[in-house]
Every structure is written in C-alpha cells, then in structure tokens.
Design a protein around this ligand. Structure first.
Ligand SMILES: Cc1ncc(COP(=O)(O)O)c(C=O)c1O
Length: 391
C-alpha cells in the first residue's frame, strides 16, 4: 500500500493546451437546452474553513444535475450527442446553431436506425447518464456492469431512458469495461453498436475526449459563481479537490485550472479511494499502473483500477497531488457535510475527506500552500445515496 499522499511539484508550472472559448460556450449552450438544466449551486462552508484554518472553502454540489444525482450527465450527454452526429456524418460547425435533439431523433427514425444500441460500461452514474441521453434520441443503451454492483444500482440503470439492457460481468469495473469494449468493437456490427465510454485507451480517445469537454460546463459555471462571491475576495480558488475514478472529471478540472490564461493560480488535488488508488500508484511509479481493486468501496464510482489513457497524460503533468482516502474517512465526510446541510454521497464527500487528510499532514499542507489565505473548492460529484456505512 503506497503512502496516502503523493505530491507532484512540477505540476505547479505546467500548462494545459489553451481551451477554446467558443467550443466551451457551444457545449454550455447544448446543456442549457436539455430538460431541467440549471447551474448547480456553489456553497460556502465557513465553519469548515474556520476549523481547518483556511480563508474559505466552497463546495460545488452536483447532487442534482439535469435530472440525475451526479455530474456524469454533462459528459455523457455531450459525448452521446457528438458520437451520434459523427455516426450520421453531420459536421458540427463552430458558428452554426446546434442540430436539435428532435431533429436527430427524426433522422434516426427516417434512416430506420432505431435498432442502433449505445454501448458502455459503468460503475453506476455514468451508465444511467448514457441511458438517459440515448433515450432522448430514441435509442436504447446496453450497459456492462461489474457483479460487485449493488442490485439497486443495476435497477436504476435499467429504469433510465428507454430502459437500458444491463449485462453483468464477473469481476471489477475494469472487467466490465473490457467486455463493453469487445462488444462495442465487434467486427461486422458497426452499424448496430455505438461505443460511448468515458474510459479511453490508445486508439479510443476521441469519445472520452468529448466526455471531458462535456464537463467544462461545470467549470464554466464555477467561474461565474466565484466572481459573484462576496467573501472570496479573489477571482478563483487556490486549490481544487476533485474525485477520480477513470480520471475524466479530474483531467477536465486539471485542464481548466492549468489553462495558460489562468497563470497557475490553482493547485489541483486528485482524490481516490485507497482501495483503487491507480493515479497515486502511477505517479509514484512514473508510469501508468493498474492496481487491483477491492470488490467493495463505498466510493463505488471511483472504484477503477486503471486510468483512462488520455486522463493519465493530463494528470501525470497537471495533478499537484494525489490523495487516497479510506471508506471511513469518506463516510465521516458525508456526515460532516450533512451537519452543514449538504447532502452528499461518499464519492462527493471524498474531496472533503482528502482536504482534512492533507490539512492534518503538516509537511504536505505546507508544500501545497494550504495556509490561512487558501480558498478551496471541493467538487462534490454526487448527491446523497444509500450505502453500507463502514464499521
Ligand atoms: C459520483 C462520482 N464521482 C466521481 C467519479 C469519478 O469520475 P471519473 O470516472 O471521471 O474519474 C464517478 C465515476 O463514476 C462518480 O460516479
């Protein structure tokens, strides 16, 4: 078991390739047309900031996003949309209006493509989000899941969109992802199967890239909300804490904050369950490393043993720290947030657990500059959900 905090000092001077503002506004415009779009709240947590000796702590809550209890629909909706446009050979032009969902749905019907299936694998929230978005386009999803997944979560996926087909695979998330990949890529079936995964590998990076692009809406909202904070006293956060499973959301966060225009004012701290700390292991080893995951973590969505290939390329350069937290710490953080009136699941609360862990390690805290001027944002990626509390 590696140590729980890995610092990556070179990240403080790394810049991502500059983001294209018209592309991010196009994505935000797309999301704003989806049913029940609204920016998610950014909440100040003054008593936690005081307790930890920090200037301010904010929590961006993804407890309710486009009708689902996690951020994943932002990436899933944009990636499914882009993948269908690609499939239908429709170009997306920067200054043209976006083809509407109704238009695409009609096109799918006219071309008799109703049997097309959107294929994916999930640790939970992603599969629901893909099924929902496929449903908006009149399509069904086939979702591969691990047999470790709780039956209630499987049912939530089945109930989404037009009713997803859930295929249960023995082993952890990595096995389910492998099966989805084989099934989606099977030769001769290209016209019936469209693989839309957030997990990428060499040779399959375009779709996961769209997923990461889709998450930009959460960050654009954050920027606007931060400007409106009376007590923040600064343009942005000094530290951003983000959970990591296959690494897509963390790489979106790193790319955003490390954009050359932002002058490296924000350190990015990536949080993993100690039972699936593949980024931490990879950073320690200096190369992408798969770890054996346990069959259970209350941070289910983060229980991935391998990083998405493109996420690793960003995070190895852009993550200032990787922090592994235990189920007990995540559960404690869920309860801490509850007492602040914030409803979060363990993945969402893991960022608070990691903040507490770093703050309790004098050396790491100092090296990361988490002092009395620090303004921290915690990305809280999911709402309250049932789980078995660790004893
Ligand atoms: C609630 C929640 N938080 C965080 C993550 C991790 O996201 P990613 O796989 O993009 O690293 C997931 C993934 O399923 C999730 O469901």
């Amino acid at each position: 078991m590696p140590s729980a905090i890995h610092l990556n000092p070179s990240a403080s001077s790394w810049h991502s390739s500059p983001q294209n503002p018209s592309a991010t506004s196009q994505i935000q415009a797309f999301h704003s047309l989806l049913p029940s779009y609204a920016p998610t709240p950014l909440r100040p947590l003054p008593s936690i900031a005081k307790d930890l000796g920090l200037k301010a702590v904010y929590l961006k809550s993804e407890a309710s996003r486009l009708g689902l209890p996690s951020f994943k629909i932002l990436g899933a909706s944009w990636a499914v949309y882009r993948a269908i446009l690609d499939f239908l050979a429709i170009d997306l032009l920067p200054d043209q209006p976006l083809p509407s969902l109704d238009y695409i749905k009609t096109l799918i019907q006219d071309k008799e493509l109703g049997e097309l299936r959107v294929i994916t694998a999930t640790a939970g929230n992603w599969g629901r989000a893909v099924a929902k978005m496929a449903g908006y386009l009149g399509l069904k999803a086939v979702v591969f899941v691990s047999d470790h997944m709780h039956p209630t979560t499987q049912q939530l996926i089945r109930d989404e969109g037009l009713g997803a087909e859930v295929r249960v695979v023995q082993g952890g998330y990595d096995h389910a992802a492998q099966r989805a990949k084989e099934y989606g890529e099977e030769r001769g079936k290209e016209r019936e199967r469209l693989l839309v995964m957030d997990m990428g590998w060499v040779g399959y990076e375009t779709v996961p890239g769209w997923v990461v692009d889709g998450y930009s809406t959460m960050l654009t909202e954050f920027d606007a909300q931060m400007l409106g904070q009376p007590d923040g006293g600064r343009k942005s956060a000094t530290h951003a804490f983000v959970p990591c499973g296959c690494g897509s959301i963390a790489s979106a966060v790193a790319q955003f904050f490390k954009d050359v225009k932002r002058e490296n004012e924000t350190k990015v701290v990536v949080v993993e369950p100690d039972s699936a700390a593949c980024l931490l292991a990879s950073l320690e080893k200096g190369e992408e490393t798969t770890v054996e995951t346990g069959d259970k973590s209350i941070m289910c969505g983060m229980n991935c043993g391998t990083l998405s290939s493109s996420a690793w390329e960003v995070l190895r350069k852009g993550a200032d720290a990787a922090v592994a937290v235990t189920d007990t710490e995540a559960h404690q953080a869920v309860m801490d947030l509850e007492s602040e009136g914030v409803e979060a699941g363990p993945c969402g609360a893991s960022t608070l657990a990691a903040l507490r862990r770093v703050c309790s390690d004098t050396s790491a805290r100092e090296k990361l500059g988490l002092g009395e001027d620090a303004v921290v944002v915690l990305f809280c990626t999911e709402g309250k959900r049932e789980y078995e509390a660790p004893v």
